[in-house]
Design a protein around this ligand. Structure first.
Ligand code: FAD
Length: 424
């Protein structure tokens, strides 16, 4: 007897274009290349996504965690998703076919068609650490941060209370320290988190600019201790990645702000690139350029907290083209040697060979090896995209040189929330 043709139903993974800040984290994390983007949106290829969930927890905004029940034959194509300004409502025909309640326009927050325990928040063991390069979980002792308190639809207006250039006037690299104050409105943040800035105006196609993400450079208790403010480290973008002249929309806006100006802020974002809070935890920090922002936040928190009993070591490798282009050079070199072990690497100092952070790490292989051996070491890498491979390779080489097997160590670092990568 012929029954009706079976309807194949799919729990389709989608990205909310209203919340997404286009940071590329999901595309980089996805182990099966199911995520792609155009100049408008980040989207998921329905036929490629296997629901592995590797992308969920690294997403700083939660925009990645959206699901719609659809008939497989009518899954949203990437072309359709590229045109969206908001997610479509749940289609009732498809959800009825699976006996799911239709929630028009709502986030179902379910993880896939079969088993909600696949949610990494509920089942950390469920993440296949072999498919990701860094941790998708925070350190065990990190505080639980607030995220997404302010959104595109309801941003918070912050007041600029300071803006000055950090890099030498003679250098082409214009990096600013921008301080924002939130007055009496709560904006709770912790070190390692970032915020979104909504630059005013519209792009060529008349759409409002999407938010840009900036790491917070100050500790949780404020740029000025005890104040409701924070700081950012912003590099003025004047060239695109190929070296062609291009005035970056948001970085130029931020670098040109004056004291008293109002800025629309969204966030905070990020729940994995966070510092451990047990006092004997060690921080191994590796950064270039504005990647120093979260390291400054963590270092300053530990400097303030040190007075209250933190004993763990801090080791920093910091790279820039020249000394003049290294943000926070002055304050950094003045920090006591028994508080932080800093090695600088300059790649364009006249008359000297190029030296990158990974070269500096190799030169300190014995000390880095000692940190790698300690289960209380937490590693943070932040800065230019290009540094990630080199730093991971250096860590591997140093481990091997110190008689440590890299693959099991790498797996443990990822599983235990001890290896955090944030490059852009
Ligand atoms: P756009 O108008 O978006 O781009 C202009 C052109 O420049 C485009 O062609 C674009 O491809 C190219 N471009 C974009 N970014 C760069 C870049 N960094 N270098 C060279 N060319 C570029 N930036 C900071 O300055 N400080 C931070 O602390 C910081 N933290 C970040 C944290 C995360 C997690 C991420 C994902 C990004 C972070 N960024 C940071 C980068 C920031 O979000 C913006 O991408 C950057 O400021 C450029 O934005 P724009 O609007 O000025 O340029």
């Amino acid at each position: 007897m012929n029954g009706p043709a079976p309807m194949e139903v799919l729990r389709q993974h989608l990205i909310d274009p209203e919340i997404c800040i286009r940071c590329n984290t999901c595309e980089e994390t996805c182990p099966v290349d199911a995520i792609t983007h155009d100049s408008n949106n980040y989207v998921v290829k329905a036929e490629v996504c296997n629901g592995c969930m590797a992308c969920i927890s690294p997403c700083p905004t939660g925009s990645i965690d959206n699901w719609r029940t659809v008939l497989k034959s009518r899954a949203y194509s990437v072309e359709e998703q590229f045109t969206w300004d908001e997610l479509p409502a749940q289609n009732t025909t498809a959800s009825a076919a699976l006996d799911y309640p239709a929630q028009a326009g709502a986030d179902t927050n379910a993880t896939d068609a079969t088993d909600a325990t696949d949610n990494p928040d509920e089942n950390p063991e469920g993440i296949d650490v072999d498919t990701v390069r860094g941790s998708t979980l925070p350190p065990w002792s990190a505080v639980k941060p607030y995220v997404n308190l302010y959104t595109h639809k309801q941003p918070l207006a912050a007041t600029v209370v300071g803006n000055y250039r950090l890099t030498g006037e003679s250098t082409a690299s214009d990096i600013h320290h921008v301080m924002l104050d939130f007055g009496t409105t709560p904006f709770p943040v912790v070190e390692g988190q970032s915020i979104g800035i909504l630059p005013p105006g519209t792009s060529k196609d008349g759409k409002t600019h999407h938010a840009r993400q900036y790491s917070i450079a100050s500790p949780r208790d404020g740029e000025r201790e005890g104040y409701n403010n924070l700081s950012l480290t912003v590099k003025r973008v004047t060239q695109d990645h190929r070296g062609n002249v291009a005035d970056g929309v948001c970085s130029n806006y931020l670098c040109d702000l004056k004291k008293g100006d109002k800025v629309n802020v969204i966030g905070p974002f990020g729940s994995t690139f966070l510092m451990p809070n047990h006092p004997n935890s060690h921080l191994l920090m590796i950064c270039t350029g504005t990647g120093s922002a979260p390291m400054r936040a963590m270092t300053e928190y530990r400097r303030r907290r040190r007075l209250k009993g933190a004993t763990g070591k801090l080791m920093l490798f910091f790279g820039a083209r020249t000394k003049e282009e290294l943000p926070y050079f002055g304050p950094l070199v003045n920090l006591p040697k028994d508080f932080i072990d800093t090695t600088l690497a300059f790649s364009r100092t006249a008359g000297q060979p190029k030296r990158y952070v990974q070269d500096a790490m190799r030169e300190r292989a014995t000390d880095v090896g000692q940190m790698l051996r300690d289960d209380n070491t937490f590693i943070y890498v932040c800065g230019l995209k290009g540094m990630e491979d080199g730093v991971l390779q250096a860590l591997r080489d140093i481990a091997v040189q110190n008689g440590i097997e890299w693959d099991p160590l790498w797996r443990a670092l990822k599983r235990e929330g001890r290896l955090h990568l944030e490059t852009y």
